[in-house]
Design a protein around this ligand. Structure first.
Ligand code: GDP
Length: 295
């Protein structure tokens, strides 16, 4: 993940790491290289420019020109700015309510169902919760089966009503069931479409209205770059979600989505998913990710 961005940044810093004095020209060309690397990682130009303007300002403030190791100082400035761009602090899941209701939304194929299984597994094994998974995709019977398979692998019950074509009702019935069975977290996996469309948005918005979730997590495929950011905007406008889940970070993703979603929708990335196995879910730590990018 982010290999190309990491390599490009490393080479941008090279000219500051050599022996001898560095000049203002060196700093300016390093900053320019950083900007190009970000744009090539699918970061929107305006955000890349704003980012490097900030880096330049900090480099002046912290007197990079006269520093003993200007290269190291620049790396630190860029690392801090990358972490800030991705959200600064890690954002915890809100789990105080009993039951806690978590609505999962996103496009078809983004990894919603896989993530729902991973989240249930995480809450069960790491947080001592008793989750119930809910299959609220009324269009694809295969989605119900997929969730059931995942549920059986992690020994978490799955609520479904294959004959019911009313997703709001299914969600409401599932909550009743969870209360009866003593499940303290309810994870509702909703239907997605291949592209943003009004019917899908209305359906998810209706479920939201009916069940008043404590968390709405928007799941997005990190490989889709700027499209991921645009989709996030569309979902956030309708749903006002509480957090983002970036999936497929194990793939050949350039990094643009991870770097700019938080900036664009002002909602934190809460989890990253890095594989199809159910235990490959990680809480998102902006600083660790920045560290990883800079190697
Ligand atoms: P949904 O349509 O949004 O529910 O998406 P699915 O959960 O069915 O995932 C679509 C495809 O992506 C499946 O083949 C998953 O195995 C795969 N997938 C999901 N999450 C990840 C991930 O983090 N990494 C990789 N490599 N594949 C994933």
């Amino acid at each position: 993940m982010f290999e190309s961005l990491s390599e490009r940044l490393e080479s941008a810093f090279k000219q500051l790491k050599g022996e001898g004095r560095i000049s203002e020209i060196n700093v300016a060309s390093t900053v320019k290289e950083i900007r190009r690397a970000l744009v090539d990682a699918d970061v929107n130009y305006k955000i890349a420019k704003e980012f490097t303007d900030k880096v330049k300002e900090k480099a002046q403030g912290e007197k990079v020109l006269t520093a003993i190791s200007p290269g190291q100082l620049m790396v630190k400035i860029v690392k801090d700015e990358l972490a800030a761009l991705m959200g600064g602090e890690a954002a915890e899941l809100e789990l105080k309510a009993t039951p806690t209701i978590i609505l999962i939304a996103g496009l078809q194929g983004s990894g919603k169902t896989t993530f729902s299984g991973k989240l249930a597994n995480y809450l069960k094994t790491k947080k001592g919760k008793k989750p119930l998974l809910v299959a609220a995709d009324i269009y694809r019977p295969a989605a119900i089966d997929q969730l059931k398979v995942l549920g059986s692998q992690i020994d978490v019950p799955v609520y479904s009503e294959p004959e019911n074509k009313n997703a709001v009702q299914i969600a409401e019935n599932a909550i009743r069931e969870a209360k009866q069975q003593g499940n303290n977290v309810i994870i509702i996996d909703t239907a997605g479409r291949l592209a943003v469309d009004e019917a899908m948005m209305t359906e998810v918005a209706n479920i939201r209205q009916a069940v008043k979730p404590n968390e709405i997590l928007f799941v997005v495929d990190s490989m889709t770059g700027q499209d991921a950011v645009n989709t996030a905007k569309a979902f956030n406008d309708r749903l006002d979600f509480s957090g983002v889940v970036l999936t497929k970070l194990d793939g050949d993703t350039r990094g643009g989505a991870a770097l700019t979603i938080k900036y664009t929708v002002e909602k934190p990335i809460k989890f990253v998913s890095m594989g199809e196995k159910l235990d490959t879910l990680d809480v998102f730590y902006p600083e660790r990710m920045a560290q990883r990018i800079l190697g």
